[in-house]
Design a protein around this ligand. Structure first.
Ligand code: 9MG
Length: 257
């Protein structure tokens, strides 16, 4: 899954894709490089990010979806029912909801009324404050219980279980240690029985484990190491910035599995 952030404040590309033409070009390139799907989002969820209005989010993503016109399989990264509705009308195949259906009471109905796939992600708190001293007794079992509960909620709302994937939410209310516990024990998330999405690409934990306590991003090399580990531990969807390099790394990993 390639990442296209149509935002002015993405932690990694710093807003390079706010221009719809750049976003469309990035989506096409990622698809050509081997992404199975491209995740398009108009609201930043980086630590400290402020929410954006519905109008603003629609103005960012709709022109990109219109220009792509179904050419590239798309996941819409949103917690808003109306954004999801518009994106699905424009051909999106998946909704990536970082709130796991806790943000907008109407989102479950929108997904249930379509044949879209849904990604439910764990987050402790909200983007603005989530990195302010997150605490768990056991991060892996708490994340697993949360995802199990949100899966039940989604199925009860009429979304077919076969269309749901789960994501432990690397960096969403987690310290470096929490993120590495989750990566080490990813099998416990895989054991929930749904495809697991891992989004650790370029995240700050990778830069911090390499020795920079103030890092806000991580290097490509560390992202590839994490992607290979996650894949080897059972993740089936990797949400990444560097599609070509990740496809190459995973192709090598797969040859030795
Ligand atoms: C939108 N977004 C940013 N990081 C993410 C991650 O790790 N997983 C998912 N599903 N979405 C993310």
């Amino acid at each position: 899954m390639g990442i296209v952030n149509v935002t002015p404040d993405s932690f990694f590309d710093g807003g390079a894709r706010l221009d719809p033409e750049n976003a469309v070009e990035a989506a096409r390139r990622m698809y050509a490089e081997g992404a199975a799907i491209v995740d398009i989002g108009g609201e930043s969820t980086r630590p400290g990010a402020e929410p954006v209005s519905l109008d603003e989010e629609l103005q960012r993503v709709v022109p990109v979806l219109e220009a792509l016109d179904g050419e590239v399989p798309v996941s819409i990264d949103t917690a808003k029912a109306e954004v999801a509705r518009r994106a699905l009308d424009l051909g999106a195949a998946m909704v990536n909801d970082v709130t796991a259906l806790r943000g907008d009471a109407e989102l479950a109905g929108v997904v249930a009324g379509s044949d879209a796939y849904l990604c439910l992600m764990h987050m402790l708190g909200e983007p603005r404050t989530m990195q302010d001293d997150p605490r768990y007794d056991d991060v892996v079992s708490e994340v697993a219980s949360f995802l199990e509960e949100r899966l039940r909620v989604a199925v009860a709302a009429g979304i077919a279980e076969e269309r749901i994937c789960l994501d432990p939410g690397f960096g969403f209310g987690k310290t470096v240690e929490h993120n590495f516990d989750l990566l080490r024990r990813l099998d416990e998330i895989v054991a929930l029985g749904r495809p697991v999405v891992v989004g650790i690409s370029r995240k700050r934990s990778l830069g911090r484990i390499l020795g920079d306590p103030e890092a806000t991003t991580g290097p490509l090399s560390a992202s590839l190491a994490a992607a290979v580990l996650a894949y080897e531990r059972g993740a089936t969807i990797l949400r990444v910035h560097d599609v070509r390099e990740t496809v190459e790394a995973l192709t090598v990993a797969e040859a030795a599995l």
